[in-house]
Design a protein around this ligand. Structure first.
Ligand code: AMP
Length: 129
């Protein structure tokens, strides 16, 4: 599969240090930072440092080291911001939008972690625009 990566997208610019971000956690292959327009009391974006457009691109083509690092960073961020769903915790939602139907605004793979309030049902067919 061929994916066209735009190196001028805003998350690529964040990774190059051209735009500031509110970092939650940074590892060798992954960066987690706060969403600039939070949709919940906790809204963190987790991105790989590599040039991947969507989740299918990343999980299909990234190295095992990148994928493991990404997954462990997600788990650490969940612990850090109170987004776990273990006993006594209130849980969270992880979302990744891809492409046109997914209404992806920034074409660099990112996982949204949302927590800190009831998040409602995930999707409703009647809401389709
Ligand atoms: P998506 O629609 O899944 O591509 O989501 C893109 C997200 O990036 C949105 O929730 C935006 O609020 C967020 N965003 C855009 N620019 C920035 C930025 N400079 N820093 C942090 N988050 C951003």
């Amino acid at each position: 599969m061929a994916y066209a990566y735009d190196p001028q997208n805003i998350f690529a610019r964040i990774l190059r240090g051209e735009i500031p971000n509110s970092t939650v956690l940074e590892t060798e292959h992954t960066l987690a930072f706060r969403d600039i327009f939070p949709k919940a009391p906790q809204h963190v974006l987790v991105i790989p440092k590599g040039a991947y457009v969507t989740y299918d691109h990343f999980f299909g083509q990234a190295s095992e080291a990148e994928i493991v690092d990404f997954a462990r960073t997600v788990a650490k961020v969940c612990e850090m911001v109170g987004a776990t769903a273990d006993a006594g915790a209130m849980g969270s939602r992880a979302i990744t939008n891809a492409g046109e139907h997914g209404v992806q605004e920034v074409p660099h793979f990112h996982l949204h972690i949302l927590a800190g309030r009831p998040l409602g049902r995930m999707l409703d067919m009647a809401e389709a625009e």
